[in-house]
Design a protein around this ligand. Structure first.
Ligand SMILES: [Zn+2]
Length: 646
């Protein structure tokens, strides 16, 4: 039996009034153009489009490719059916819109509320569409108007209500836009005319572009508005309402709000405060460092006023991603799990397909037999037709099930090295923190990171440290296709207060300490024989001169400040003092020259400018006996003091 290949194209829950945003329709037309289709069957022509022009265009496309168009209700359709149905459905659409709009106006004129029930009201028992005051929320509406009338700004009112724990109409925190929304459409409580007992309809005219679906709104001339007065529903005095409205127009809404200063940060959108509100990023500091803060705290909905410097938190997070979530072991585990899951799904789909296909073949044979002569003789025509209907129905169900089997392409093969590449990208990103400019390639990585780290809750501690609670899984790298591979894992990481200064970052400190411990910049034994007499001797309990020389070389090679040299060279204070002494006396310079003339490896290509600069700045000449006070770095304070003395 000839079995044509069938394919179902369906745009679920999308209006047929327009042709944009209809992926299945686009796919169908593409397949038609590529000559993959002979016949298109639709439930009715208005499934394709309810617009005469669109239908006509589509019909021409089908016609030019010799594709037949059939409607389940009409059979084969020609240009006449297409034109008729197109015209009728357009007409009907217009009628429905007009009836709905007019119905609303009539209902409003009748004292009913045809739209959503506004905040402060509830449905009345008096009849459908009739609303009445809801005492609790109406009290809040009145308070909002009283405050606004006194000149309190909408933002302040929102904060006030949040602090009192009053919930907004949506059950969340109050915000400025809750009170004064978009000005053209008069959104927000302070702009709602119903509170003054006025229902206004037909103020806004919306038009939709038939090609891309963009909506434009224009305010109609007031003479065309439908205004229904219903003093019974007024919550505030109309005079007060107009006073507030006048203030909104003249003062509050004339303020041009500048571009937001919310900074892009790596984990934007997945970072939350312990109160559940998202954390925002902002350039609030003078040094242009981004800080993160609880978005609800600003509006009085959360007591957490602490902030976190974005790049400290980002560095911790990225390290966790690199070392835990995307670590080689985790990645191997994930790959195994993913492959197992993929295997399972594949096997199930293949088994289901085989089962369904054989069941369909069986039913088709049964159905065919009912048309046989022998068969028809054994049963009455009535029973045969009943049997055929039943078999056809079962067949249809099975075919639908076959079509709805998951597509194996939705679970792709794991791209080679996907996790390793991701880890490398994260590693590079860590090196770039704090990120100054976010490029488009960064955004791709950010998206991946936000998919891998699904949620971070930041709990800030009084000492400046914080606790990160992270929900994350590598499956995020594959998008939605890998859902169900395994549940996300939760990690808790306590971070100490971010360190400050040159060695504030632990990774950096570890790196320099490792370099120092290898001793690769040290002088050799032969060098030391030359250097020892030039440097002179020190007290027995002092840091040995050889260590002082090595420390000076390390300082010149790495530019690590003298007061934070690795512990290998002794206490930071002691070693920086010792180096400054040999520098001031000129012994260090003489030693380096002598070593240089010997062709020593230790001073090969050494940049002496770091010492020269110290001498010129007068840093090395200052009284080295002055104790270093508090946290202030001695070298940073010195120049200003010298200037003052001069
Ligand atoms: Zn919070």
């Amino acid at each position: 039996m000839f079995a044509p290949k069938r394919h179902l194209y369906a745009d679920r829950a999308v209006s047929g009034a327009y042709t944009y945003n209809r992926k299945a329709l686009d796919q169908l037309l593409t397949d038609v153009r590529n000559g993959l289709i002979d016949v298109v069957v639709v439930e009715d022509l208005d499934r394709l489009s309810r617009d005469l022009g669109d239908l006509g265009r589509m019909f021409r496309t089908l016609e030019s490719r010799n594709v037949e168009l059939h409607a389940a209700t009409r059979g084969k359709c020609g240009i006449m059916e297409v034109t008729m149905v197109g015209y009728l459905s357009m007409e009907q659409r217009l009628k429905v819109t007009t009836i709905t709009t007019q119905g609303r106006w009539l209902a409003a004129a009748d004292g009913r509320n045809p739209t959503q029930i506004p905040y402060g009201y509830r449905r009345s028992a008096l009849g459908p569409g009739i609303i009445e005051e809801e005492p609790e929320t109406a009290k809040i509406v009145r308070r909002i108007f009283d405050l606004a009338d006194k000149g309190v700004s909408p933002g302040t009112i929102a904060t006030l209500l949040n602090k009192e724990g009053v919930k907004s109409p949506k059950g969340r925190l109050w915000s400025r836009s809750c009170l004064v929304g978009e000005s053209k459409r008069w959104l927000g409580i302070l702009r709602n005319t119903k509170y003054a007992g006025l229902s206004i309809y037909g103020r806004i005219e919306t038009r939709r572009d038939p090609d891309d679906g963009t909506v434009t709104m224009t305010v109609r001339h007031p003479s065309r508005w439908i205004i229904c007065e219903n003093g019974k529903i007024a919550l505030v005095d109309p005079d007060q309402w107009f006073r507030v409205h006048g203030r909104l127009i003249t003062t509050i809404c004339t303020k041009v709000r500048g571009p937001g200063n919310r900074g892009e940060f790596v984990f934007k959108g997945v970072t939350f405060c312990t109160c559940g509100a998202p954390m925002y990023g902002s350039f609030l500091r003078k040094d242009r460092a981004r800080i993160l803060f609880c978005s609800a705290a600003r509006r009085g909905g959360c007591n957490n006023k602490r902030t976190v410097t974005a790049h400290f938190m980002e560095r911790e997070m990225l390290r966790i991603v690199r070392d835990v979530i995307a670590a080689p072991e985790a990645s191997a585990l994930f790959e195994t799990e993913y492959l197992a899951r993929r295997d399972h799904v594949t096997r199930k789909v293949v088994a289901d397909r085989t089962r369904l296909e054989s069941a369909i073949a069986l039913l088709e044979r049964k159905l065919e037999r009912t048309f046989d002569e022998d068969h028809s003789r054994a049963l009455s025509p009535d029973r045969i037709s009943k049997l055929q209907t039943r078999l056809e129905k079962e067949l249809g169900e099975l075919e639908l099930e076959l079509q709805n089997l998951p597509d194996l392409e939705e679970m792709p093969k794991l791209p080679d090295g996907i996790v390793a590449d991701f880890r490398d990208a994260v590693e590079k990103l860590i090196g770039r923190l704090p990120i100054e400019k976010v490029g488009s390639s960064d955004m791709v990585l950010f998206q991946a990171l936000r998919a891998v780290v699904r949620r971070v809750v930041v709990k800030m501690k009084p000492n400046g440290g914080y606790v990160l609670k992270i929900d994350g899984h590598l499956a995020g790298l594959l998008g939605s296709s890998s859902t169900g591979v395994s549940p996300t894992r939760r990690l808790v990481r306590t971070c100490p207060p971010p360190g400050r200064g040159f060695m504030g970052d632990t990774d950096r400190r570890t790196m320099f300490e490792t370099i120092a411990d290898t001793g690769s910049y040290d002088v050799s034994e032969e060098d030391w024989l030359v250097a020892e007499p030039l440097l002179g001797t020190r007290r027995k309990d002092a840091i040995p001169q050889r260590t002082v020389l090595n420390a000076a070389l390390f300082h010149a090679r790495t530019r690590v400040p003298l007061n934070v040299l690795p512990p290998r060279y002794g206490t930071p204070h002691g070693i920086s003092r010792a180096v400054r002494i040999v520098l001031r006396s000129g012994a260090l310079q003489r030693t380096l020259e002598a070593l240089g003339s010997r062709g020593s490896k230790a001073v090969d290509g050494l940049d002496h400018s770091v010492f020269e600069r110290r001498l010129k700045d007068g840093r090395a000449n200052r009284n080295v006996r002055r104790p270093v006070r508090g946290k202030t770095s001695a070298s940073r304070v010195a120049p200003s003091r010298n200037r003052r003395r001069a």
